[in-house]
Write a protein that binds this ligand. Structure first.
Ligand SMILES: *Cc1c(COP(=O)(O)O)cnc(C)c1O
Length: 375
């Protein structure tokens, strides 16, 4: 046991073989009830069940306008419709977000401009923002990841001082909070995904919210062929009635999800005693939703940590993103702009599942695996 290698092998042998499932397929006891209601009252995107779903989300968030749409990617595209721009204008995004946020920007003929994040945070860095702002900047999209809030309050003030609207892509941050409010409240427009892999699932789906009636009117028209009035372009991006029905059932389980996920996080943090890793710090005044636990190596290469976890059956979302800033993809190579904080953040991190289907044995396995990491 004198060499680190021997100790490492010893530690690994003690870990039982298992593979933790990170896909949480939610079923709610009321799924069928609402699906039946949808079958009886209509399945289109303008059926009463969809309005009911939008109203419930609006009540939950205290936001005046909620628009249910067919996916999270569409939510981003529709949010862009809520701000004014011309083809070739620029939208600022962090390079630490999934490509799902950036493709809708490009698909509309807008140009994504990468701005670095703050050290150890997914929120945009104000100093770098000042560098990348240009006369062609028409919007800023903040993308807080895995349920951890960003300082969207400060960013909103800053964006508005430049006369630019703030869009929050909260695909990961349904019911994430900041300073006693929903994180969503700090966006001029906030968009969400309800894909099955996200915090709350309707299979496929998403929604967009704003307090601004004129933004809402533009966005709504865009999702229904420009209201078919032949005066503007639009497509059909409505959420269907079946998805809205499932959403209505599952909106009732948000508190339950928050509770179980918080309990799982506490269980893990109380038992993880490895000086090489820590939870990513939560911004002051923030409250996470428990979508995932973000763990960060405090020294060394985080990719080794991700590989150690993966070898031992603890899955990582970060591994799917390959721990890399977006400008490393061929499609975005011409937008390359080295962003040191984003690069280092992604390279230091992994996600650990917290979903409500994790068993005690699985939680114990996660603890043992994290504690066995030796750098
Ligand atoms: C998943 C995701 C999207 C896309 O959502 P879909 O419902 O899969 O289209 C957009 N932005 C972020 C940050 C996401 O995580």
């Amino acid at each position: 046991m004198s060499t680190p290698g021997a100790a490492y092998r010893g530690a690994r042998e003690e870990l039982p073989r298992r593979r933790i499932n990170d896909a949480f397929r939610h079923r709610h006891p009321d799924d069928e009830l609402y699906l039946r209601q949808a079958l009886e009252t209509g399945l289109t995107g303008t059926a009463p069940i969809v309005e009911q779903y939008e109203r419930k989300i609006s009540e939950l968030y205290g936001m005046r306008h909620v628009l249910a749409v067919s996916s999270g990617a569409v939510a981003v595209s529709v949010a862009l419709e809520g701000i004014g721009w011309q083809v070739g204008d620029e939208i600022i995004v962090p390079p630490s977000c999934p490509i799902c946020t950036v493709l809708p920007i490009m698909a509309r003929g807008l140009v994504p401009v990468f701005c670095d994040v703050r050290p150890h945070e997914f929120g945009l860095d104000p100093e770098d923002l000042a560098r990348v702002m240009s006369p062609r900047t028409r919007g800023i999209i903040e993308v807080p990841m895995w349920g951890y809030p960003s300082r969207a309050d400060e960013l909103r003030t800053l964006a508005h001082s430049h006369g630019v609207p703030l869009i929050l892509d909260l695909a990961h941050c349904h019911v994430t909070r900041l300073r006693g409010k929903w994180l969503a409240e700090f966006g001029d427009i906030a968009c969400f995904s309800t894909h099955e892999g996200k915090f709350m699932s309707t299979g496929e789906g998403g929604f967009v919210m704003t307090n601004d009636a004129s933004r809402d009117a533009k966005m709504r028209a865009y999702t229904r062929f420009g209201n078919l009035d032949g005066q503007r372009v639009g497509l059909n991006y409505k959420l269907g009635g079946l998805q809205a029905a499932v959403g209505l059932a599952r909106l009732q389980a948000l508190d339950w999800q928050l509770e179980v996920r918080a309990r799982n996080r506490q269980y893990l943090l109380e038992r993880i005693h490895n000086p090489l890793v820590r939870e990513l710090p939560i911004v002051e005044g923030g409250a996470i939703n428990g979508y995932a636990l973000l763990m960060q190596v405090v020294k060394g290469d985080g990719r080794r940590f991700v590989e150690h976890l993966d070898r031992n059956g603890v899955p990582s979302d970060v591994k799917k993103y390959d721990n890399q800033p977006l400008y490393n993809y061929p499609l975005l190579a011409d937008r390359r702009r080295d962003c040191k904080n984003a690069r280092e953040l992604l390279r230091s991190l992994t996600t650990i599942p917290l979903h409500p289907r994790l068993s005690d044995e699985e939680l114990q396995h996660i603890v043992a695996t994290v504690n066995a990491y030796e750098g």
